[in-house]
Structures are given as C-alpha cells and as structure tokens.
Design a protein around this ligand. Structure first.
Ligand code: PEP
Ligand code: MG
Length: 590
C-alpha cells in the first residue's frame, strides 16, 4: 500500500503521495482554490442599499475584465478553439435577468449583494435543471462557475488563475479536471500536486503526456502548502518537500540533472526498431489525445498511434463536435502519421472523462455509469456522426476504429450496424473511405475478457485497456487515492485474464495490443511479450523506456518467465521474479 506520511524537519515538511509523472520540479507553490466561497447573510440599513447595488455592479465589471483577460491569454497561447466557453461566460455576465433579479433582491429584502446573488443563481439553476435539454442543463454548471467568480470578487478574495504569466509555479489543488490540465504548459507550470487521483486517472495520464512532474493523492495538501511556499516535487517516488533546506535543494537539483541525462540517453533509441534480442518484432505505438502530440510521438520514436482518445475533442464545450469538425481533426492526424496507422477510439465519455455534459448528470457520473459505448449507443445520431467522420478520414487506408468499454456481443453488433449505415450513406453520397477499415474493441471489462472467444469473431483486433480492466477486476475506482494501492497489474488474476484474452485472440485469428498504463510498466513488459501480445501502445514519453526493455530481452526467455510468473500466487512474488530478471539486464535494476 501506498505510504503517506508528514514529518516536520525544522521548517521543512515532507509529505508523500503517489508519484504519477516522473521528473523533479522545484519552485514556488501556487494554490488553485476550487472551494465554494462561504456566504453570510446580513441586513442593510436603508441608506446603504444604493452603495450595495454599486458594489455588486463593480464586482460584475471586475469579473468581466478578468474573463476578458483569460480570453486574451487563451487566444494567444492556444488559438481560438476553446474560446467559446469563455465567451459563453461573458455573455452570462451580461444576462439582464440575473443582474436585475439580484439588484431587485438587494433592494426589496435590503440584504447584502453576496446573499442576493446566491439566491438568484440558485433560482436560475433550478429553472435550467428542469429542462430536458443537455445544452440548458450545462448552463447550470456555467452559472455556478461564474457565480463563484462574482462572489469572490464581491468578497475581495483572489480568483484562481491557472499558470499566471510571470514566474513559473508548482500548482497545488484539491483536484484538476481534464479541462484544467490542458491549460498547463511546461513553461508556466513546473509541476503539480493534488489531494486526489490515482496512477491511471486522466489528470495523471495528461501530466505524463505533457511531461510535467506530478504527485497525486497527497492528504491534507491544501492545509500543508500555502501559495509562495518553496516546493520540491519528485514525480517518481511521490515526495513533496515544503520549504526544503539548501542541502535538500542541492540534492534534488543533482537528482534532476541525472534524470534529464538519463532521458536524453534514452532518446538515442528513437531510430532503433522495437525488436527483442531473438528478432521478435513488437509494434510500439503511442497513446495521444490531441494532434499536437504527434510531434512528441516522432521525438520519442513511436511507430503509429495505438490509441487516439477522441473524447478530448469534447473538452471545454457544451455538446458534441460536429461531423465536419471531427473529420478535419481525424484526417489531419491520419495524414500526419501516414503511412503508419492510427487507431481512433470512439468517444469514451463518462466516469472521470466526463467532459462536456453537466456534471450533475447522475447516469453518467462514476465509472460504473452510462460511460463510453453505452452513452454512444444512447445517442445514435451523435455516434453515427463520429463513425462517418472516422470513415471519411480513412481514405489513406491507415485508419483503424476502436470501440471502448464493450461488455457484450450485442453492443458490438449494434455499433457495427450503425457503422454499416454510415458506410451506406457515404457510398450514396459518393464519399471515399477505406472499405477494409479494421475495427477493434477494447477488452477493459471482465465481461469482455470472459467472452473474448465470442467477441473475436466480430472484430479485427483487440486492444486491452488495463486501466479499466484492473479497475473493474479489483473493484477500485481509478480516481480514488484511498484505493490506489490496490491497483496492481501483476495480480495473478490480471495476468491470467490477459493471457486468456491473448490466447483467444490468437485462436480467433486476430491481433491483440495492450494500451493501458500497464504496457509501460517495466515489470509487466516481459510478461506481455511472453504472452504473445502483438503491440504495446503507451504514453509517447514512455516509448524510449519501453523500447530499451524490449531490446534487452529475448522472447523465448520472456515466455519461460511468464510461465513461471503464472504459477506464482501473489503479485509480490511475481514482481520479485521479474525484478530479478530486469536487474540482471540493467545495472540500475530497472
Ligand atoms: C484503459 O482503460 O486502459 C485505456 C487505455 O483507456 P482509458 O485510460 O482512456 O480509459
Ligand atoms: Mg479505458
């Protein structure tokens, strides 16, 4: 289990969380406060009412200026793509109803502006929630976000500001949503630490792909660290030092140099093939979320894209992107990665990847909710527009399609029927696409693993999503740091399950890849090779590490090791066995 402790050494505090994105960061802390402001109600004397209304109007203006500023910064750093979310907040600020209603409450009840505004927000939120319309329901969350901003301005509290211009900072927060995470840039954010999250939560995955050192699951973080404290974060072992001594700073500086040197050495592997000592070639692909990451795939030596998480297109917006918008992105990705292949996974929204719909939607929330393929099959028009967009982007014949979170043959048949409809429509419209587009499904639920033989008859390939597979198999919420220690890719069930799926795929004549974080786990790689997996798809940054391990092993040895590992009764025993092998290959015992 994950050990967390806080010990005070003179003025230095050391806390330990879960290191989820390697690298060492040193710098001042910046606290992102996501908490709701506490509001008190108080009565005004009649002669103070006008001044209170003015105070409210000033807070509205201040909020508008702040949003304008964020808008300009976003436009400068990220282009116009995500601006409409800010625009919609600016528009809401100009909403006469909200303003008139609040001012009327101040005047009629002679109460403070904070309380009057809170009442108006609650009133409009109730109205918005009563509509059976995703767009209007989403306005509810916007109203809350905006309301908090105005309230904080009214109360003279600072507004959270992600990665402010100027000095780079280490971000400290209770949690960071995927929307927050895309705003992080390496120039402005040295690293981050959060109170919640696990190794495979999306915040962690994004941190790794952005190469930002990160520690999650640090208890009482917000009480331990204050804005301006000097911090050291070690994203490998999860250490966080608050106000370290000069010796500690020098020690970590040296450790950082060593880390960077090692990373640089690994990059010399970029051009070399991913092949074992006895000549077995294993496809080594990258998992990405945005077209910008293609450059990183190249730098790190990936062959193709083994998992393109299309749901990131839904980030920071209300509703789904149109077919045309999706097509433009997919075809750009396919063009840039050609002649290598890209696997587009259909929207895996819901669970911790709940990006575009109102967070209070109970059916979607949670990993066991209306996630991924379930949500798509409920929204067939949206799903078909995505299938059409992927098909249209496939004319260079380097595109593959992947369905997430499958649990039954029926879900595959329903998805395939819709795909067939999309094909028929495109043929009729005279649009070209790859008639032989390979279609695969993710094995990421125990149900799918258990019927892999039946599923293999329906598709061209499997991609094993170990993040979810382990979550569901071990009954652990992947975003919950309290149970993060139960995540173990070497658990005997996980190993047996994967071996069984690989065997069934082979018997069914289809290929199988692994695209969960396990594929980048040093101790798991020899076993996945030994089981006969055809492809590993990992975070681009991890590719050189994975390649180094593959190139140091022989497949025959991996097969023997796997047989031995499968006979052991615990993850600890398996880890010990594989570690010994790796230690004999690498001096550092990697
Ligand atoms: C997985 O579950 O292993 C996977 C790769 O998908 P995601 O992490 O996007 O859920
Ligand atoms: Mg998954």
């Amino acid at each position: 289990m994950n050990e967390r402790a806080a010990e005070r050494v003179a003025d230095t505090v050391k806390v330990v969380g879960l290191g989820v994105s390697p690298g060492i960061a040193q710098g001042p802390a910046y606290l992102l406060d996501r908490s709701q402001p506490k509001i008190h109600k108080y009565s005004l004397q009649s002669h103070n009412v006008d001044a209170e209304v003015e105070r409210f109007e000033r807070a509205i203006e201040e909020s508008r200026l702040q949003l304008q500023d964020i808008r300009e910064r976003l436009a400068r750093d990220f282009g116009t793509e995500h601006l409409y979310i800010i625009d919609s907040h600016i528009l809401l600020l100009q909403d006469e109803l909200l303003i008139t209603n609040t001012i009327a409450t101040i005047r009629q009840m002679e109460i403070n502006a904070e309380w009057a505004l809170k009442r108006s927000i609650e009133h409009f939120q109730t109205i918005f929630s009563s509509f059976d319309d995703d767009y209007l329901r989403a306005r509810r969350a916007d109203l809350q976000y905006l309301g908090n901003r105005v309230l904080r301005n009214l109360m003279g509290q600072g507004i959270e500001r992600m990665a402010a211009d100027g000095e780079p900072v280490v971000i400290i927060a209770h949690d960071l949503s995927p929307d927050d995470t895309i705003q992080l840039t390496r120039e402005r954010v040295l690293g981050f630490a959060t109170e919640v999250g696990g190794h495979t939560s999306h915040t962690a995955i994004m941190a790794r792909s952005l190469e930002i050192p990160a520690v999650v699951g640090v208890h009482d973080l917000l009480r331990t660290v204050h804005t301006g404290d000097f911090l050291i974060i070690d994203g490998q072992d999860g250490t966080l030092l608050v106000n370290p001594t000069a010796e500690q700073q020098a020690e970590y500086q040296a450790k950082r140099q060593q880390y960077l040197l090692h990373e640089e050495e690994l990059l010399t592997l970029t051009e070399l093939p991913s092949v074992t000592l006895d000549g077995h070639r294993l496809r080594l692909d990258g998992n990405i979320e945005t077209p910008e990451e293609i450059a990183s795939l190249r730098v790190h030596g990936a062959e193709g894209i083994g998992l393109y998480r299309t749901e990131y297109l839904c980030m920071n917006r209300n509703g789904f992107p149109s077919e045309e918008e999706q097509y433009l992105v997919y075809q750009e990705v396919a063009r840039r990665i050609a002649p290598n292949k890209v696997v587009f996974r259909t929207f895996d929204l819901g669970g911790d990847k709940f990006l575009s719909l109102p967070p209070e939607h109970p059916a979607i929330r949670g990993s066991m909710g209306l996630r991924a393929i379930r949500l798509c099959l409920r929204n067939q028009a949206m799903f078909k527009s995505q299938l059409r967009a992927v098909l249209r982007a496939s004319s260079k014949e380097n595109v593959r399609l992947l369905y997430p979170l499958i649990t039954s043959v029926d879900e595959v048949l329903a998805s395939q029927a819709l795909l067939e409809e999309a094909r028929a429509e495109l043929r009729q419209e005279g649009q070209s696409f790859d008639e032989h587009l390979e279609v695969g499904l993710m094995i990421e639920t125990p149900a799918a693993a258990g019927i892999a033989d039946l599923l293999a008859k329906e598709v061209d390939f499997f991609s094993i999503g170990t993040n979810d597979l382990i979550q569901y198999a071990m009954a652990i919420d992947r975003t919950n740091d309290e149970v993060a220690g139960y995540y173990d890719p070497l658990h005997p069930y996980v190993l047996r399950c994967i071996q069984d799926v690989v065997r069934k795929a082979q018997e069914g004549g289809i290929w199988v890849g692994v695209c969960g974080e396990m594929a980048a786990d040093a101790e798991s790689i020899p076993l996945l090779i030994g089981m006969g997996v055809h492809e590993l798809s990992v975070n681009p940054v991890a590719i050189p590490h994975v390649k180094q391990i593959i190139r140091a092993l022989s497949r025959k040895h991996c097969e023997e090791l796997t047989q031995q590992a499968l006979s052991l009764g615990s993850a600890t025993a398996v880890r010990h066995l594989v570690k010994e092998t790796l230690a004999s290959l690498f001096d550092c015992g990697e």
